[in-house]
Design a protein around this ligand. Structure first.
Ligand code: SF4
Ligand SMILES: [Zn+2]
Length: 125
């Protein structure tokens, strides 16, 4: 059973919030979205693969203290919550749907919009 990174109280894996100190452990109130966070003075981005490959477009970069997409590159030991330690280590260059959407979401949306527009134009004739 994991423990709260702040008060070390044992908490359930699906716990959204620490029942003892109230620290948020999951993002958006969803047990499936881990909330990575630093409890020290360093920022998460300093050790994040998306910062290293310059693919992050989050406004909180490079000074994020909480983040749902943090991926450790293991360059330095950033003090993070226990939740991030369960994530994959090393830079992630695999084409996951989330990464594809982050990088090409605008273009995918435009192509879909154009396709729907053509479909509507053709079907109305
Ligand atoms: S994904 Fe989060 S932790 Fe990583 S660089 Fe972007 S804001 Fe920083
Ligand atoms: Zn706690």
């Amino acid at each position: 059973m994991p423990s709260c990174p702040r008060c070390q109280t044992p908490v359930q894996t699906v716990a959204i919030q620490c029942p003892h100190c109230g620290l948020l452990l999951k993002a958006h109130g969803h047990p499936g979205i881990p909330l990575h966070q630093t409890l020290g003075s360093q920022y998460l981005c300093a050790d994040c693969a998306y910062h290293a490959d310059d693919s992050c477009t989050f406004p909180q970069r490079p000074q994020a203290t909480t983040c749902t997409l943090y991926q450790s590159v293991g360059i330095s030991e950033v003090e993070t919550s226990g939740w991030s330690k369960t994530g994959p280590k090393g830079p992630s260059h695999s084409w996951t749907p989330r990464l594809i959407l982050r990088r090409y979401g605008v273009w995918i949306s435009l192509v879909l919009l154009l396709g729907i527009s053509f479909f509507i134009a053709l079907s109305s004739q």
